[in-house]
Design a protein. Sequence first.
Length: 136
Amino acid sequence: MLEPSAATLRLFIHVLSASVWVGGQLVLTGIVPSLRRAHPEATKTVANAFARVAWPAFALAVATGVWNLVEIDVTDTTTTYQVTVLVKVLVVAASGAAAAIHQIGQSTAAKAVGGAIGLLAALAAMFTGYLLTTGT
């Protein structure tokens, strides 16, 4: 078996926390409509329970993402790689901001738009992370 390193542990924690953030949103996308029809009063409870797990996961993903950036020797990277990093940082920020709008928004429109943009930006962040990891 290969021996784990700090880099593999850092990447594992990053991917795990991002999976909670993104995967949870995908799961709720499937669950909430049925929950809303069957038990409308439970939707807020489920959303609050998810937030208690999702926001710490998002914070951990951001922290390990910063840690990943600190470990990169920028003199060994291409301009294309650096642009991809910038895009990832922007979509991560958009995901967090949109999710916050979804959570604190009072109107149906704010909740819908915030949720949709938050999920799409989170998926874009995962995809750009994959691009950075594979280098292709």
